[in-house]
Write a protein that binds this ligand. Sequence first.
Ligand SMILES: Nc1ncnc2c1ncn2[C@@H]1O[C@H](COP(=O)(O)OP(=O)(O)OP(=O)(O)O)[C@@H](O)[C@H]1O
Length: 256
Amino acid sequence: MGTAAIELVDVTKTYGHGRRVRAVLAGVSCTIPFGAVTVLLGPSGVGKSTLLRLMAGLEAPSSGVVRYGTGIEPRRDVRLVFQEPNLLPWLTVADNVTLGFRFALNRGRADFGLVAELLDRLGVSELAEVYPETLSGGQAQRVNLARALATRPRLVLLDEPFAALDPVTRRESQRWLRELVAELGLTAVLVTHDLEEALAVGDQLILLGGQPASVVGWWQVAEYAPDELRRALLNGYGMVQGSAASVESFVVGRFR
Ligand SMILES: Nc1ncnc2c1ncn2[C@@H]1O[C@H](COP(=O)(O)OP(=O)(O)OP(=O)(O)O)[C@@H](O)[C@H]1O
């Protein structure tokens, strides 16, 4: 586990009971390396958010193991960022961002210098004293990210955080996410069903497919020319639901 922030071994997840039981994930095994952006890619409804909740420790797997890397304690070191910023409307931007400092769990992590740096880095420092209702969607999402990072998590899990943003803001947001991961030495897992976003942000891509879902493809983006990977995935993407194996053999056969 030296270089892995999280490791999943043969994880399954089922919901419901008796005849209404439904398997969402079956035999998912994957490794999230420290210091990189891993993208979980897959069609809508395949189980990406479910996998992210398991990684966050919000839910337990039905079977299999979710193992954390050395020094990672999920409640203290892992933060989830959702598509909806969910800022508290009665607190200013600054108070939203420093909210986590009030919890005993984060004792010793109140670093107002870091907060100032994050707000500055994300281009929202002039908005520190305003209330969330005056923010645009892109600004609110930056504040949300600053809030998630203010308590110095080691791992951020982002569930389609940019899906509601306009294309220009979305591209900017992808850029600052990459910059922050590098500058703060973070590990990130990003859920998306947008292939362009996956290739723009990810160091490693994990493709989920099938019903129940499992890992059907796994690539280091740097190993491939992004255009080749894009073409291969676009060609194979449609097959994910039907025949998981065909996607992997298509890409691996062609580029390895
Ligand atoms: N708590 C739950 N109880 C029952 N079924 C659930 C629960 N959570 C998720 N599911 C089911 O698991 C499946 C996968 O859902 P999930 O939200 O993980 O997919 P997703 O890949 O993130 O989808 P999207 O891209 O549309 O957000 C869905 O069919 C959903 O109905």
